[in-house]
Structures are given as C-alpha cells and as structure tokens.
Ligand binder design. Structure first.
Ligand SMILES: [Zn+2]
Ligand SMILES: [Zn+2]
Length: 279
C-alpha cells in the first residue's frame, strides 16, 4: 500500500495497516535513497492532516525499524515522543511533522546506544497508533484521503456548521454543488414574541449597537435604523422575552454572540455594561 496525495496519486511512501508487536495501527516506511525523503515527509503530512480532519487530537508513535525492534524489544521504550501521547493540535501539519522528526533524531542519539549506528533507515519506519482504534477502514481513509466523515448535504444547521468547520482546514477544489438541492419539511417550536419588548429595546438603543456602540449599518423603510434584537439567554433555552433579556445589536455583533469563539467573554462584558440585563 502507498499513501496517496490529495489528487489520488501514489506517493513514494509505503504503508501497512495491521498489528505488530501487539499494537494495531499504521506503519509508514520509506526505503532506499534519500531523494525519497520528500515523498515520505509529504506522506506524513497528509496523514497528520487527515487525522486532524477526522477529529483525532493525539496519537502514539513507535519506532518500528528492524534494528530498533531487535535491539529495543520493549515497545514502550520505542515510543518516539517523551510524553504518553503525541499531540496533533500544535500548529500546521508541517509543523507537527517536523516536531515528530525532531523527536526521532533525538531518539537515536540519547540512551539508545544499542542501536547499531550503521542501521541506516531506522527512523524511516514508524508505527502510528490511536488507542481504541483497531479497524482497517479508519486507516484506509487516512492513507487514501477519503473523508473520514460524511460529506452528504445535510438539513441540520449544527451538522452543517461542523462539516464546514472541518472542511475549512483543507484547501478544496471548486465544488459542483446541487442545482436542485433536496428539500425537507421540518416541525420546530417557535416562541411567541412580544412586539412591545422588541420595539422598546430598539427605541432605547437610539440606533447604536449596545455591544460595539457603532451606528446601525443601514436604515429600513420609514428611516428606522436596522439593528437586531438578541435574546441573551435564547428563547430555545427557556430565556425570557423581556427587556432584561434583550439587547439591540448590529448584525456583526449579533453573529459574534452566536458564533464567536469568545462569545462567553462578550456576554460577561454585556452583563456589566447594560444594567437592565438580568441573569
Ligand atoms: Zn455592534
Ligand atoms: Zn441572537
């Protein structure tokens, strides 16, 4: 088996899925002249990228060359990284690959003198394992680059958001999309809202976003400034439709309250800033 690149081309890096020395995982190897290192390195980066995209955050990597296996029978001592797991969360796939290679060189230099120094490719055969994962399908997706999660269109907002989030990590080819996307009918609960609450909150904002203080971005018919009224505790989470749970926000700030990675901090400042809000 060979690792495939993004276009399905075989890289000059061989691999094997299965059990060896009592652990199940992916063995990646590269033999021969050093010009093959380039493919070995990019193969490793594809593997790292695909592992991350499939939601994996940590792996265990063992040195698996023949000399290493002969001279260091203890699997635990052949662990490349000094910590229990090797983290996939620090930096780009290339950064992570380089970090892994740094551990490998370190390994051969320190305390493992029983490895014959002329053993050549000792660091070019490694075994990547993920505790709890022992099926070939998973690793096939990693070496061939199939998506490890469904990419089928979805009618669920949250699933769509998660899929997009994962896809953002990979440079994509222009997608075809669907000229006639499938449709579905959905029943969901909607709260009755008090128009007076919404109008009052808009009136007292005087056209300024209560978060950033900026003017409303445009006006609507009648010349009224366009702002959105946001329920601090969502109605869907049993929040109240009262002025002590509503703020007038510009569209940018409104989206930030729903999707920003610092939405919690934003909420805290809002509670301190706007006295009428009650938790
Ligand atoms: Zn704003
Ligand atoms: Zn909202």
């Amino acid at each position: 088996m060979h690792i495939h690149d993004r276009n399905g081309r075989e890289l000059n890096a061989e691999c094997l899925i299965g059990e060896e020395d009592g652990v199940y995982g992916l063995i990646v190897e590269s033999w021969g002249p050093s010009h093959r290192n380039k493919d070995y390195n990019s193969a490793l980066e594809y593997i790292i990228e695909r592992l991350i995209n499939s939601g994996q955050e940590k792996v265990v990597v063992y040195l698996a060359s023949l000399p290493a296996r002969k001279n260091i029978p203890s699997l635990d001592e052949r662990k490349i990284h000094p910590t229990e797991y090797f983290s996939l969360t620090e930096g780009s796939p290339s950064d992570i690959r380089q970090e892994l290679c740094r551990f490998q060189t370190h390994f051969s230099r320190t305390g493992k003198k029983d490895i014959p120094s002329a053993s050549g490719n000792r660091s070019k055969r490694i075994m990547i394992t993920i505790p709890g994962i022992s099926n070939a399908e998973f690793w096939e997706q990693i070496i061939y680059g199939y998506s490890a999660f469904s990419l089928e269109p979805t009618d669920d907002e949250e699933t769509l958001r998660k899929m997009v989030h994962k896809l953002l990590k990979t440079p994509l080819d222009e997608p075809k999309g669907y000229k006639m996307p499938a449709k579905t009918e959905r029943v969901h609960k909607v709260s009755f809202r008090d128009p007076a609450v919404k109008a009052w909150v808009l009136q007292q904002s005087k056209g300024f976003c209560e978060q950033c203080g900026e003017n409303a971005p445009f006006s609507i018919s009648g010349g009224y400034p366009y702002l959105e009224v946001h329920h601090v505790i969502p109605l869907s989470a049993s929040g109240a439709d009262t002025i002590s749970n509503c703020v007038a926000l510009c569209p940018n700030c409104h989206r930030a309250f729903h999707f920003s990675d610092n939405a919690k901090e934003l909420l805290e400042t809002l509670y301190t800033k706007i006295k009428r809000l009650q938790r």
